[in-house]
Design a protein around this ligand. Structure first.
Ligand SMILES: Cc1cc2nc3c(=O)[nH]c(=O)nc-3n(C[C@H](O)[C@H](O)[C@H](O)COP(=O)(O)O)c2cc1C
Length: 356
């Protein structure tokens, strides 16, 4: 299936595995790339040295194109962009809208720039600045998310910009791919579905929590870092939602020191990053700190398997996912379902024609 996405990045299938902190590492990304879809490394939770090593590891496992996701507001975004350029990475994906200068620098070096956005005006802005495509995440998507559902946001953005639009939020199968194409998208991007594969390094106990979740076990909370964040509803989330200001600050400081140790970031840098995430919102100090160490909370579950302590970012679609295929099986299945769904649409159209 050839679409503007497959042409733009040189993959066989119009499917993206999104950058997910602690989840989208070299193993998942190279398995996705080998399956013919676009894998995206999550770099926000890596130091710059780790990023370079991870990129080299993917390159040692596959010659297929892949991408790197980074936070446009990170203090060292420029350094990360340099690594992407030096290492010849095909795609730069951004968690927030990157600046015009960053886009220009990447494009001058031949890197395809695909920011993730959650609102039409952001899509218009990055398109005007020269982004090559956008990933549009509807409210049902996992991680930081907006309020507008994919079925409403996607056609709105498709109508507003003339660059390829990739649909994200709530996708897991071929029917979803065909629906996205019908809305005018060039492909789909999936987070939660790729997290739940046998190639993902997320501990089994954590995968089991996702598989057991129903649609209503996925919630949006601002209690972690002040921004709407979609995740599994756990005891930890309930505790944070009910903690008073003082307890919340104490917890935040404890977790932030843990993150500081493993990330090598200074306190001032963490507070700066936390403040950058504020986005003009009225956050308490504990939320500023939590914003800076949300990665630590994600690590507790995604790496250490602590379902009791960690944040398990998740799309609503977790409620519909029941198995752990390999990336190759998943991509093959999605494409087979998509062809079947397209066939069904064509048949329905023919029956309609014959009846007329
Ligand atoms: C565990 C997890 C971690 C995530 N981390 C990031 C991240 O570091 N950067 C980013 O741009 N998006 C992140 N996201 C959002 C995903 O990239 C993607 O847009 C989203 O999962 C799509 O919705 P879906 O889960 O319904 O497929 C994360 C999502 C999940 C589930």
């Amino acid at each position: 299936m050839r679409t503007a996405l497959t042409e733009l990045v040189g993959v066989r299938h119009p499917i993206v595995q999104t950058g997910m902190g602690w989840v989208a590492g070299p193993r998942l990304v190279s398995a996705t790339a080998r399956a013919g879809a676009l894998g995206v490394l999550a770099s926000a939770t890596m130091t710059t040295q780790q990023l370079r090593a991870a990129v080299r590891e993917v390159k040692s496992r596959t010659d297929e194109p892949f991408g790197v996701n980074l936070r446009a507001d990170a203090g060292d975004a420029r350094e990360r962009v340099r690594i992407i350029i030096d290492e010849g990475v095909k795609v730069a994906s951004f968690a927030l809208a990157p600046s015009e200068e960053l886009i220009a620098e990447l494009k001058d070096a031949g890197v395809v720039v695909i920011p993730s956005i959650g609102a039409r005006r952001h899509a218009e802005k990055v398109a005007a600045w020269g982004a090559d495509a956008v990933i549009v995440q509807g409210g049902e998507g996992g991680g930081h998310t907006g309020e507008v559902a994919t079925t409403v946001l996607l056609p709105q953005v498709v109508d507003a910009v003339d660059i390829p639009v990739i649909a994200a939020g709530g996708f897991r199968d071929g029917r979803g791919l065909v629906a996205a194409l019908a809305f005018g998208a060039a492909g789909i991007a999936m987070g939660t579905r790729f997290l739940l594969t046998s190639d993902s390094t997320v501990p089994d106990a954590v995968k089991a929590r996702y598989l057991a979740a129903g649609v209503k076990d996925v919630t949006v909370t601002t209690a972690v870092d002040g921004l709407p964040h979609r995740m599994l509803r756990t005891e930890m989330v309930a505790a944070l939602e009910h903690a008073g200001r003082v307890r919340a600050l104490a917890q935040a400081v404890r977790r932030a020191s843990g993150f500081r140790r493993i990330s090598g970031l200074s306190w001032s840098r963490m507070v700066r990053d936390g403040l950058a995430m504020k986005h003009g919102k009225d956050l308490s100090w504990s939320q500023v700190l939590l914003a800076a160490n949300t990665p630590m909370l994600l690590k507790a579950s995604m790496v250490d398997g602590r379902t009791d302590l960690g944040v398990m970012a998740s799309g609503q679609v977790a409620g519909l996912i029941e198995d752990l295929p390999s990336c190759a099986e998943l991509v093959e299945r999605v494409m087979a379902e998509a062809h079947e769904a397209l066939g069904a649409v064509v048949r329905a159209e023919r029956v309609k024609g014959a009846d007329a």
